[in-house]
Design a protein around this ligand. Structure first.
Ligand code: FEO
Ligand code: CA
Ligand code: CA
Length: 655
């Protein structure tokens, strides 16, 4: 398939891979190259160790971590890597489908009828393409709580009959009628469901008072420094304070005060009218965000997605949204202090001084790693005390230095180059156009930063860098030996002095991904890793309460890596460091999202996103899908679903 003929969903996924950063900042590869060339100039054991840790093979990496024990943190018998129409979980565990696209969420939702789906029904049913999953315990229980789930995007060719993914965009858009577009809009956003484990099996509490659907039309409030900014005003919101819906919510997080942070990623794909964009007063800003990408034809039926009609509507997307799932009537809030970009997740920690710190990836080739530090402290006594904590604070962007150190560069109007002379009018403007601000301060261009999470035990921070097909020969070096970084890598960051608000940190590469058996790939998994234990394209991740890193992948296929996507445990300490183990394997075409552990670690919720989606080697449609997971019923297309994994007979997962 050439690019134009790819299914819309695949094109959309590739939007994450279209570089729009033309600034002159060094790439991460340049940094490592510089780091190597300076090797002989460096003095002191610490500096030597830092270089060794950044560039050495896995066996050497073990020596760099403080823990030299050889006790693996993961203990389960591995799934065999491969790809077919089904899912697999490690022996001794069961994986039960909890909720699927179209299942009832709110009390009066109609039964799912895939052949006669309507926007009115979809608005009350579980949405499409579940990504982030969070668990908010009720009454401190690990067996009863709220599940908050993102619905990132829609695969029209799998949701509706008669859409030829290989047809031209014009032809496909012609098949996407207003009625179908309105179903899509209702299938985006998120769901709040109440889950309960009874006799060892998870189910949904019917008629829960918490049950809620958030869609692309749910009223939301704009808060923080960009609230009321001129660039946020539209014809139907002249104050610039409210917006309808959230789009392309990818990963996310929960907060210690029990709210849900849900992160808007490829918002550019929903906007329309490239011709008007070229003449727009915001043409440069639109270009820097790859907008409008016209991946969907919503603008044909809804003027607000047409940048020629509502030029500022697009500025109201690309934010982190905070939702209080404990109050089903609460208004979701777009927290502009955290910046506007293609957010992946919002991995967070309460710093030792009480401030709240959020790590964020901007998922595009050559874009950046960010950190947000609140001004105020987390109020542990009063939940209400954290109501607007995320509206004030400082956003930073990372520079990875050649010597293994790193610097957090503040994105503050009036500081450094972020002045009127460089085109910024105020802090709201800096936050609306974070990418352009980050270009000016000299941030390091990365290989598509996806999810980031913090190890609650060690304070180390793990950043998934999923791939970069455009690194090029000039950036090849010992740490990034692949001119095509097809398989991605993972970086470990350690805040200086254990302070997540510190201006500096140290970094090293935990693992370069891909098949270690193929020398040219240059993968650095620990040699103890089995043939099933390696992976490519790390995407979502979580560090659980035991300090174990779980990596969910997006991009493995039978043709590319001989395996479907899945969930791997990855050792980070001692002699086991860099050893992967496959715990859950997705059905063909799906990417792995979540995962989410209950506090007692006895349940893992994972999200199987876009099962049956076409890949480079398979064309898959509603009429002829590559799998009918999870129902396997004639005429039922594949359905994205959340799966609850528990251990037979109870017990902690993977221990
Ligand atoms: Fe939606 Fe960057 O994955
Ligand atoms: Ca993701
Ligand atoms: Ca993804």
């Amino acid at each position: 398939m050439n690019k134009l003929e790819q299914p819309r969903a695949l094109q959309f996924e590739e939007a994450e891979d279209e570089p729009t950063n033309s600034s002159g900042n060094p790439t991460f590869g340049d940094v490592v190259a510089e780091r190597l060339s300076r090797r002989d100039l460096m003095r002191g054991a610490l500096a030597t160790t830092a270089v060794a840790c950044a560039v050495s093979p896995a066996a050497m990496l073990a020596a760099c971590s403080e823990d030299t024990s050889s006790t693996p943190k993961f203990n389960f018998s591995e799934v065999t890597a491969g790809s077919n129409e089904r899912h697999y979980v490690a022996d001794g565990y069961k994986a039960d489908v909890l909720i699927r696209w179209g299942d009832k969420v709110v009390a009066d939702a109609p039964e799912f009828n895939v052949e006669k789906q309507t926007a009115q029904a979809q608005e009350k049913q579980f949405g499409y393409n579940n990504d982030f999953v969070g668990f908010i315990p009720l009454g401190g229980s690990s067996d009863h709580g709220l599940l908050v789930v993102n619905h990132e995007y829609t695969n029209e060719e799998l949701m509706f009959p008669g859409i030829d993914p290989e047809a031209s965009k014009k032809k496909r858009f012609a098949e996407m009628t207003r009625e179908r577009v309105d179903v899509e809009m209702m299938a985006h956003g998120g769901s709040v469901i109440e889950g309960k484990k009874v006799d060892g099996k998870w189910g949904i509490v019917a008629d829960s008072v918490y049950a809620r659907r958030i869609t692309a039309a749910t009223p939301m409030e704009i808060t923080g420094p960009a609230r009321g900014h001129d660039k946020m005003k539209t014809s139907y919101d002249r104050e610039g304070v409210k917006v309808l819906g959230m789009l392309n919510n990818c990963a996310g997080a929960t907060t210690p005060w029990g709210t849900w942070l849900t992160c808007e990623e490829n918002f550019n794909g929903y906007f329309w009218n490239k011709k008007a964009a070229k003449k727009s007063a915001q043409a440069a800003a639109l270009k820097r965000y790859g907008a409008p990408a016209e991946r969907y034809n919503w603008g044909e039926y809804h003027d607000r997605f047409d940048v020629g009609v509502e030029p500022n509507e697009i500025n109201r997307f690309g934010w982190v949204v905070e939702i209080d799932p404990l109050d089903p009537n609460s208004t979701p809030k777009k927290r502009t202090a955290l910046g506007r970009f293609k957010h992946e997740g919002a991995g967070n920690i309460v710093n030792r001084d009480g401030r709240f710190v959020v790590y964020q990836g901007d998922d595009q080739r050559f874009d950046y790693v960010h950190r947000f530090v609140t001004k105020g402290k987390v109020d542990e006594a009063r939940r209400e005390g954290n109501k607007d904590l995320l509206d004030e604070g400082t956003l930073y962007v990372a520079r990875f230095n050649a010597d293994g150190s790193g610097v957090w560069l503040p994105l503050v109007f009036g500081e450094g180059p972020l002045t009127e002379a460089s085109g910024f009018s105020d802090q709201g403007d800096v936050l609306i156009n974070v990418r352009m601000a980050a270009d000016l301060v000299g941030a390091t261009k990365m290989d598509r930063p996806e999810d980031i999470d913090v190890n609650p035990k060690t304070g180390k921070v793990y950043c998934m860098l999923t791939s970069n097909k455009d690194r090029g020969e000039l950036a090849v070096d010992a740490a990034n030996p692949r001119p095509l970084n097809t398989f991605g890598h993972i970086i470990e960051m350690t805040p200086d002095g254990g302070d997540h608000a510190a201006p500096t940190f140290r970094w090293e590469i935990l693992v370069k991904c891909g098949d270690p058996a193929i020398a040219e790939v240059g993968a650095t998994f620990n040699p103890a890793t089995s043939a099933s234990g390696w992976f490519a394209n790390p995407d979502n991740c979580v560090v659980d309460a035991e300090g174990r890193l779980w990596v969910a992948t997006d991009g493995n296929t039978a043709g590319k890596t001989g395996r479907a996507d899945g969930l791997w445990g990855l050792e980070t300490e001692g002699q086991e460091r860099g050893t992967g183990r496959l715990f859950f394997r997705c059905p063909v075409g799906a990417e792995m999202c979540g995962p989410c552990a209950t506090p007692d670690l006895r349940t893992f919720f994972v999200a199987v996103q876009h099962p049956g989606q076409s890949s480079d080697d398979t064309v898959s449609t509603y009429d002829s899908p590559s799998t009918r997971w999870p129902d396997f019923q004639w005429k039922m297309p594949p359905r994205p679903a959340v799966v609850a994994i528990t251990r037979n007979g109870g017990g902690k997962i993977g221990v």
